[in-house]
Design a protein around this ligand. Structure first.
Ligand code: DQA
Length: 136
């Protein structure tokens, strides 16, 4: 089943970016893991907010479910939230346990429009999100 797995800013640096927080799995390995769970998963990453909004519009137009790790946009981007709310279903995923980190990470403007939010399970969170969408 077609699922968009959309990753926001700095997630392309997984593997070397704060491995004590985000783990040592690289972005390329994460993409492979997603495709192992769902061969039709279309895994993308961008540091550009306009590009991400365009991908969410694509999900809305094609009726494609989304696994979304919005990175730091999570905490303040109402533009991203508005775009994500157009997609048929969004599962929000964070590698780290955001509630146990700095205060600014405790707020997600995305969670209210998400079907579910998975935090703190590392790459396992992506597997769980994909399986949940497959079962939906
Ligand atoms: C993150 C958590 C965000 O606070 C952070 O800005 C990220 C990654 C996560 O996957 O844990 O870039 O979304």
């Amino acid at each position: 089943m077609k699922i968009l797995v959309l990753n926001g800013p700095n997630l392309g640096r997984l593997g070397t970016r704060q491995p004590e927080v985000y783990g040592s799995t690289t972005y390329a390995e994460l993409a492979d893991i997603c495709r192992q769970v769902e061969p039709e998963a279309d895994v993308r990453q961008t540091d550009d907010e306009a590009t991400m909004i365009g991908w969410l519009h694509e999900a809305a137009d094609s009726g494609t479910p989304v696994v979304l790790n919005p990175g730091a946009w999570t905490h303040y981007s109402y533009a991203l939230r508005d775009a994500a709310s157009l997609a048929p279903v969004v599962i929000e995923v964070h590698l780290s346990q955001t509630a146990a980190r700095e205060e600014f990470r405790h707020t997600s403007v995305i969670s209210p429009i998400a079907k579910a939010t998975i935090t703190g399970l590392g790459v396992e969170g992506y597997r769980a999100a994909l399986r949940a969408l497959q079962a939906d």
